[in-house]
Design a protein around this ligand. Sequence first.
Ligand code: ADP
Ligand code: MG
Length: 240
Amino acid sequence: MITVKDLHKSFGKNEVLKGIDLEVKEQEVVCVIGPSGSGKSTLLRCLNLLEEVTAGDVFIENDNLTDKKVNINEIRSRVGMVFQHFNLFPHMTVLENITLGPIKIKGVKKDAAIKAAMPLLEKVGLEDKAEMYPESLSGGQKQRVAIARSLAMEPKIMLFDEPTSALDPELVGDVLAVMKNLAKEGMTMVVVTHEMGFAREMGDRVIFMDEGIIMEEDTPDVIFGNPTNPRTKEFLSKVL
Ligand code: ADP
Ligand code: MG
């Protein structure tokens, strides 16, 4: 589903990604961990064209994102992204937030978009909030709306960038539960997270990033139980 080859990304003179190679297979859940500033968000953003790649290749299925002819909207609807800050439209109801993309970008009729949105709201446990505005929701509820909004575009891949980092601790569980269900249903997912429990339980693979490279990549058992790279050990000793 995703193939990254020798990906480099610089902001001016600052090289943030220094040669990333990565493959994500269909239905795989890959968790990315690592210290702040190591390039995790930049990597995710390169996977759905929120950042322009400086060098190297990024393939989503068979499309090379560095190809100038690639259709940005089409790629973004195939690769959904959920951010730390939910970025819901405050002047729109939950339902309007969810149906906006399908209506505006995919040309789905309003009735059909609403009909498709209801099961998604059910999936994230918010079927009773359709007519609410974001301001009346908790952070965890907003994030679940953001997930439903992403799913409304029928993505084949979901990218999560620290989706629970901005939440009060008691709200984290509901969001993680939604993500776990999504993983169990077979969604291909790349998840940047500080939730080591989630990475351990749900990750098919865990990637440890530091200073713009993948320092270590293995099964959760190895990464959390017996990491070989001293930087991985050091990082885990601080967060576990
Ligand atoms: P992480 O998500 O692992 O914390 P980021 O990918 O956000 O790391 O950032 C990696 C580095 O890239 C940081 O030094 C950050 O300052 C820099 N960076 C990220 N985005 C930009 C940008 N739009 N312009 C300039 N520098 C950026
Ligand atoms: Mg980040």
